[in-house]
Write a new protein. Structure first.
Length: 127
């Protein structure tokens, strides 16, 4: 019985991760950026993500920053590895909310907590 219960739990975890990645696929644009609860004085629309079905991503941000590479999701976290700069470490951010039309990611930097709210700009992939 224990083996069956472990197999069921593992299957649910894989299904959840797969559904999360499926929902993430598409193009996203920033709508709001806050740090410690206060809005930052920047144009959030400059922040974009494009997540592909092949687990590749492209990211743009303010000050013309760009990166691209591979990504994966696991237990509510997004792991991204910039392959344009191989010396960059893998980045990990928390997925606070993910729906068909909105994505909120949380990242910590030193003593600050930053939330980035994004909206989908392309139609969600067919389910």
């Amino acid at each position: 019985m224990t083996r069956l219960s472990l197999l069921f739990s593992f299957s649910l975890l894989l299904l959840h991760c797969s559904q999360e990645e499926d929902l993430l696929v598409g193009q996203w644009q920033g709508a709001l950026v806050t740090e410690n609860g206060d809005s930052l004085k920047l144009d959030p629309r400059e922040i974009t993500f494009d997540f592909g079905t092949d687990n590749r991503y492209a990211f743009t941000s303010t000050l013309r920053y760009q990166e691209a590479g591979t990504y994966r999701t696991e237990e509510g976290y997004l792991f991204a590895q910039d392959t344009t700069q191989p010396t960059n470490p893998e980045r990990v951010v928390a997925i606070e909310k993910l729906t068909v039309d909105s994505l909120i990611i949380r990242m910590n930097a030193d003593t600050s907590q930053r939330l980035v709210t994004l909206v989908r700009t392309s139609a969600p992939p067919p389910q």
